[in-house]
Structure formats: structure tokens, C-alpha cells
Design a protein around this ligand. Structure first.
Ligand SMILES: [Zn+2]
Length: 321
């Protein structure tokens, strides 16, 4: 599971030490199982493991088995590891919101899955129990809602803003923060291990368009972690390239809105060197047919905006953070 380019470049930290610019060792491994937003599969799904831990978590599960098979073919998991073994190494699902492109993989793989926790805000867990695991759209694999309850999944409701909830076996705790997504509730998950923190955001619109303070409150909560150099990355969406009229954002971000929101965080952090070094992992790009593709356009627009360290997540790749 942990065959990374970082290992292939094992000499790099030593070299950087000599130049006095050594980054801290990676605290998390992330495999991008799905990076698309809607229409084209595989959609939003990120397998996150704290370094040294035996099991990890998924932040959103738009794809599971399909995305995992792609990543396995690309050598992101040990050659001998079966799909079942990789799935069994996941101990919890963190679900940002109940839209299909964030949960389809969980539902479809559930008959072949092992016991796990589903951690989410109460409204999101309720939506999973009411609309998917209800014996009408799918058997009730959960421990809530329509009888009989098969109990493979244990819903755990998270209180917005904390306190951090430990996740057994993962070496991580999680705190949920509310996001506004076209009026619907979405979630940002702050994962913390003894060596660092990682922020995984679900779909979100900008505060100014959503008439919300949710992103502002999230930035206030994580600014101290950026200042301390503890935050290893922010995984966040940019669904469409600019320009999009505000009325047609439907609870999403474009590069210019992403930049505006990160400028809020930058002011709160007050340390440009830290902000510049922080990886901003951009995902949930809605595919387009035209030329240039949305992905190319978003990449170019983010580059033109400059300042922040943007990385467009790639399908089936792994990242040491
Ligand atoms: Zn959504």
C-alpha cells in the first residue's frame, strides 16, 4: 500500500537537509480513486492512510471497487493485494454529503464489504438511511432505519466543530465542519494524526454566493494549523472553469472563487511562506467535451492566478503529504 514516489526519491530529504530546506516527512498517503464531479466516472473518492497505520479511511466514496481496480493496475497498492484486502484495510467512510457522485461506490460495493463505520454530520447519515439503505433502493446494510437492519455499517453522527472523534486502528481523529452546497449541507473533514493534519472538503459554494459563513469559520479553525506547519494539504473542489455567472454555480467553486476563498485563509494565517508551501489539492472537476477541456482550462486559470501551490489531483495516482 505504501509504494510511493517518495520512497523512490529517498535521497531527496538528505539533499534538502544539506541545503537547509528539508520538508517534514510525509504524514499521510492519499490515493485518488475518483477525481471527477458527476457525469463521468469514477467520481470523488480519496483513500487516506496515516503513515504507519494498518488501516485508513475513505473521504467520500463516489467510486470504490472500480476506482480501486484502476489504482491497483497502476501499482498504487502492493501487487499481491486483492481488491478485498484493500477494501478490508479501510475502517471508516467519511461522507461529505449524500449526492450520488459521492456515495455510489459505497452503496454498490456494500454486499462485498466488511464491517465499517460511516462518520458524517447527522443530516448526511439520516439521508443515507432514508434514501439508500432502506430496502427500497438497496438492502439496509446500516444499523438505522428500515428493519431488518443488517448492521454492516455503524452510523456515527459527528458534531459540527468537534470535539475530534478518534477512529480506531487508523491513528487519526476527525472533526467535521459544515459547508454550504447550493443550500444543501455538505462537510469538510479535518483529519489529524500525531504527525500532521489534512483537510478534505466536500462540494461547496463560496460564502458570498451561498450567503453563508461556513468557509470563513472553517478557515478560522485551520489557520493555526497552517501557521504551525501542521496542515499537510487542503483537498478542495473547482468544478467549473471561469467564467460562470454566480447564479449558475449551483453550490460549486471556479478557480477565481477558490482563489478568493484561499485569500481569506491567507489573511487569517498571516504567514505567506507557510501559505505558499501548502498543497492545495484540486478535484471534483466536472468533465466537458469542448477544447480546451475543463481540466486544462482550470489548470491554466489556477496557474495564472498564481501564489498558491495548486496540484490538480489525477485519477488513480497516489500522493505523499
Ligand atoms: Zn454535490
Amino acid at each position: 500500500m505504501r509504494r510511493h514516489w517518495a520512497h523512490r526519491l529517498a535521497w531527496l530529504p538528505a539533499l534538502l537537509l544539506l541545503t537547509g530546506a528539508a520538508p517534514p516527512p510525509a504524514a499521510f498517503d492519499l490515493v485518488a480513486l475518483g477525481v471527477n464531479g458527476g457525469v463521468e466516472e469514477p467520481t470523488s473518492a480519496y483513500h487516506i492512510t496515516a503513515r504507519g497505520a494498518s488501516s485508513g479511511v475513505m473521504c467520500d466514496v463516489g467510486t470504490l471497487a472500480g476506482g480501486m481496480d484502476q489504482a491497483r493496475r497502476r501499482g498504487r497498492y502492493p501487487r499481491a493485494a486483492s481488491r478485498e484486502a484493500v477494501m478490508a484495510s479501510i475502517s471508516a467512510y467519511l461522507v461529505t454529503h449524500a449526492h450520488l457522485d459521492h456515495v455510489a461506490g459505497l452503496v454498490l460495493a456494500s454486499p462485498n464489504d466488511t464491517k465499517k463505520d460511516i462518520l458524517a454530520l447527522p443530516a448526511v447519515n439520516q439521508a443515507l438511511a432514508d434514501h439508500y439503505f432502506n430496502w427500497t433502493t438497496w438492502p439496509n446494510m446500516g444499523d438505522r432505519g428500515a428493519s431488518p437492519r443488517l448492521g454492516q455499517y455503524h452510523y456515527r453522527d459527528l458534531e459540527p466543530g468537534g470535539p475530534p472523534t478518534p477512529m480506531a486502528g487508523t491513528g487519526m481523529s476527525v472533526t467535521a465542519y459544515r459547508l454550504s452546497h447550493g443550500g444543501a449541507t455538505s462537510t469538510a473533514f479535518l483529519l489529524e494524526s500525531p504527525s500532521g493534519a489534512l483537510l478534505c472538503l466536500g462540494d461547496t459554494g463560496p460564502d458570498a454566493v451561498e450567503g453563508s459563513k461556513n468557509l470563513n469559520e472553517l478557515w478560522r479553525a485551520v489557520a493555526p494549523l497552517v501557521r504551525q506547519g501542521r496542515l499537510r494539504g487542503i483537498l478542495i473542489e473547482a468544478s467549473y472553469p471561469d467564467p460562470v455567472p454566480d447564479a449558475r454555480l449551483y453550490g460549486h467553486l471556479t478557480p477565481s472563487w477558490l482563489d478568493k476563498e484561499l485569500q481569506v485563509l491567507r489573511r487569517l494565517v498571516g504567514d505567506d511562506a507557510r501559505m505558499k508551501a501548502l498543497p492545495i489539492l484540486v478535484t471534483h472537476i466536472k468533465p466537458s467535451q469542448g477544447s480546451p477541456s475543463s481540466r486544462e482550462a482550470i489548470g491554466r486559470q489556477l496557474k495564472d492566478l498564481g501564489f498558491f501551490h495548486y496540484i490538480l489531483l489525477e485519477q488513480g495516482r497516489d500522493y505523499a503529504l
